[in-house]
Design a protein around this ligand. Structure first.
Ligand code: NAD
Length: 504
């Protein structure tokens, strides 16, 4: 894409509170910029404390009616949202690429994952299983029912601006909760577009409210409100820890999906081409801006040199560019600040003695005006050790480090030598290695013969250690949004003693 870039239509994004679009109460706005071109895409309402309180009040008032509708009725609305997503795939995917930067094919996959999520949780509206346990007493039934918790705060990052919010919003709604949604400030256009699909599908007013604006103001005010009964947060570990402290004060339910520094192990018996392809996609899709990105590639010594050479060559060949260009394989970083951070880590890697195998800088020197204009960085491969800063810090950019391991046991020890524990992977043809990794890597997810990317909605997802706690998706995905209540039903119509005397 070496030609001049056409200016997109400037969008206006407003808050959505109690079924109405509104400006910020102080009339403040902020701008959203295309990371590939640095052109302005939208003026967005910047919510105030007052706006947040209005959103919470709207959700609070909507809760009694919404929670009284039947779960299958609520599910009908989600099924309609699914249909509407299908009808708007291209528009939604294009919006994601414009404001987030990822290649259009990846954006389409994200919309598809959003659709899968909505449909999966719509299905929960007719399941939402709870249990009946055999009673210890004759003519008695002991069972649990599920109740919604109340107003849910959904606070999300920008790297999957549609899929991640839907991981939280869909189960929250189908379980009967109401929602105040605060999207990341880099990606509010996508958020606003899919919120409108819920409205079009017939969601009653106040059930889903959208408040855009800075995390320090909108996010913080939301979290500090004791009317919020569930806080679903996805973002950086440090932000999450602060939120957890505030949430603890009002003993609310919380799910925290935080950062990662994910290991991908390549055993010496692995199919090299498959492992290289998987590692490439995991390290560099979405320009490495994924909580599950393979940012440490741990390779058994016998194949280390061959793997490193093939992988670095493949990384160098990746087509970097504007995500709207169909030939693009890797888009830009989200912001100038993220580009600066990535460049700094490339320098840190060089300074701490890692060997640069591919990339290592931005495109300021040569390679056409488009790559110079946007927040583009070369896919960068280092060979280093696990103790280096580039192997320990979450860079959240297109930098990965290849680390040598003596054997699988050593590889697993290296994999676990990190503060994080989100995703992980191993490529091997030996089931013993695969199962050892499955049991011994400290992480919420281990991919066997697949890079750590491509989370499916039917299975639970989440981390350990500094990657957070709680699980989303799959059958446990509704646990965060319901409280189980136990019922004892006595159908003997007799007076029982309040204790159970031992039978003599
Ligand atoms: P971030 O923590 O900076 O922001 C996340 C959200 O929190 C944003 O909406 C932000 O505005 C808001 N926020 C910021 N400060 C807040 C505060 N004090 N109170 C309440 N809300 C506040 O993270 P980010 O840069 O948007 O996203 C990148 C991070 O997210 C990475 O660390 C990545 O690993 C992580 N992530 C994790 C997962 C997962 O599922 N585990 C998925 C995607 C991203």
């Amino acid at each position: 894409m070496q030609q001049a870039v056409a200016q997109e239509k400037l969008e206006q994004v407003e808050l959505f509170i109690a079924g109405e679009s509104r400006a910020s109460s102080r009339g403040e706005t902020f701008q959203v910029t295309n990371p590939a071109t640095r052109q302005t895409l939208a003026n967005v309402a910047s919510g105030t404390e007052e706006d947040v309180r209005a959103g919470i009040d709207a959700a609070y008032e909507a809760f009694p009616n919404w929670s009284q509708t039947t779960a299958p009725e609520r599910a009908e609305i989600l099924f309609k949202v699914g249909q509407l997503i299908q009808e708007n795939v291209e528009q939604l995917a294009r919006t994601i690429t414009l404001e987030e930067g990822k290649a259009l094919a990846e954006a389409r996959a994200e919309v598809k994952q959003g659709y899968n999520t909505v449909m999966y949780f719509a299905g929960e509206g007719r399941r939402m299983l709870s249990n009946v346990t055999p009673s210890e007493t004759k003519d008695k039934l002991t069972m649990t029912i599920r109740r919604p918790l109340g107003v849910t705060a959904v606070i999300t990052p920008w790297n999957f601006p549609m899929m991640i919010p839907l991981w939280n919003i869909s189960p929250a709604l189908v379980c009967g909760n109401t929602v105040v949604f605060k999207p990341a400030s880099f990606t509010p256009i996508t958020a606003s577009k899919f919120v409108q699909l819920f409205v079009k599908a017939g969601l009653p007013r106040g059930v889903l409210n959208l408040i855009t604006g800075p995390g320090e103001r909108v996010g913080r005010t939301l979290v500090e409100s004791d009317k919020i009964r569930v806080c679903a947060f996805t973002g950086e570990s440090e932000t999450g820890k602060g939120i957890a402290q505030t949430s603890a004060k009002c003993l609310r339910r919380q799910v925290l999906e935080l950062g990662g520094k994910n290991p991908l192990i390549v055993a010496s018996d692995a199919d090299l081409a498959v492992a290289v392809g998987g590692a490439l996609w995991s390290a560099f899709s979405n320009a490495g801006q994924k909580c599950t990105a393979a940012s440490r590639i741990i390779v058994e010594e016998p194949i280390l040199d061959r793997f490193a050479k093939t992988f670095a060559e493949a990384a160098t060949k990746l087509v970097v560019g504007n995500g709207l260009d169909p030939s693009t394989e890797m888009g830009p970083l989200i912001s100038e600040a993220a580009l600066t951070k990535t460049k700094e880590y490339a320098e840190i890697g060089k300074r701490e003695g890692a060997k640069l195998l591919a990339g290592g800088s931005d495109y300021k020197n040569g390679k056409g005006p488009d790559l110079q204009r946007g927040n583009f960085h070369q896919p960068t491969v280092f060979s280093g050790t696990n103790s280096m800063q580039i192997s320990q810090d979450e860079i959240f950019g297109p930098i990965t480090t290849i680390i040598s391991a003596r054997n699988i046991q050593d590889a697993i020890s290296i994999a676990n030598d990190t503060r994080y524990g989100l995703a992980s992977a191993i490529y091997t043809k030996d089931i013993r290695n695969a199962m050892k990794a499955a049991y011994d890597i400290d992480a919420g997810v281990t991919f066997l013969n697949q890079g750590p990317v491509g989370i499916e909605v039917g299975a639970s997802f989440g981390g350990v250690k500094d990657s957070g706690f709680g699980r989303e998706l799959g059958e446990v995905g509704i646990e965060d949004y319901t409280e189980k209540k136990t019922l004892y039903l006595d159908y003997s119509y007799r007076v029982h003693p309040f204790f159970y005397p031992w039978k003599k």
